[in-house]
Design a protein around this ligand. Sequence first.
Ligand SMILES: Cc1ncc(COP(=O)(O)O)c(C=O)c1O
Length: 361
Amino acid sequence: MSLVPKHIKDLMPYKAGKPIEEVQRELNLDYIVKLASNENPMGPSKKAINHIAEILNDTHRYPDSNGYELRNKLAKKFNLSINNVVIGGGSEGIMSVIMRTFLNDKDEIIAAENSFIGFRVLANASGFKVNWVPTKNHKHNLDAMTKKINDNTKVIYLANPDNPTGTYFSKEEFEKFMKYVPSRVIVLLDEAYFEYACHIHDYPDSMHYRFDNVITLRTFSKAQGLAGFRVGYGFAEEKLVENLMKVKLPFEPSSLGQYAACVAMDDFEHLENSIKINNSEKQRLIDFFELKKISYIPSVTNFITLEFNTENEAFLFCENLLKRGVILRHLIGFGLSKCIRITVGIPEENDFLIKNIEELL
Ligand SMILES: Cc1ncc(COP(=O)(O)O)c(C=O)c1O
């Protein structure tokens, strides 16, 4: 008899983008640009970093397990009660808590195929049945997802905007979808790239609706540039939050993470600059791909996915750029083997990317 359950033995683990230090060790290059993990290339809020020293001397203490300061600040900002706010070790950490809190017995999950790989790993590791629904034109197919709802459906996962395609579904699509979702089903709405998409007129900001069975998840890892601190947050109806708070690990996020997030929330200049530079640099990359006739998926986020004719073409593109010091993400693990995802960098990183693609072509 094996000690490891079959679904864990068969589990394909999460494979993150290569760290710069690893590529440096392997290839001995002077200049390396990492455009592989959708981080904010502008760095973290300087205000958060400059203030963090103030609490270093207190790090022998455990963090506030109730997360009062940060939850209260988030509640105020979104005009909610603190009892509607949950925080955790990245939004992925909260996803994991959601799975442990609400799934039971014969419950099933519905999610889009080729969507965020972190959720895929969590869902497969949970041991519960997952109904994967193919995407349509690189977008969530919400109609097809509602058709998969059955008596056992408990959680539906939606990423809006989606990763790795950068596409989004509209207000109209979301409103129609919610009409078909019974209130006994939890919709886990992952808005990790919210700040990049929220200005689009038909993007459905889930916080305008406030459905009792929708859990909104957001993060400080992307536009706020705090990925290394691991701070995510979620909004939901009080009863859901009360139970999430029982199951979550008491001391996540770390005290440094909670503190940095509180300061970063008030650093509007950093956020605005990050979005502004992302938008202009993304347009520059798109203009370049158009010029070079490289096929791409239009994206409302801080990354762009390129589509090649074959898996081999995509693999070679990624490998050749890696040898030149540009780390990109081949999407084979996401089930999109002909695709490469590129995080939009700061101007000098994109100059380096463009120069190297030009030399390769
Ligand atoms: C769609 C999506 N959701 C969640 C996450 C995880 O974010 P966090 O760092 O908050 O765990 C990512 C990170 O890449 C993502 O792309």
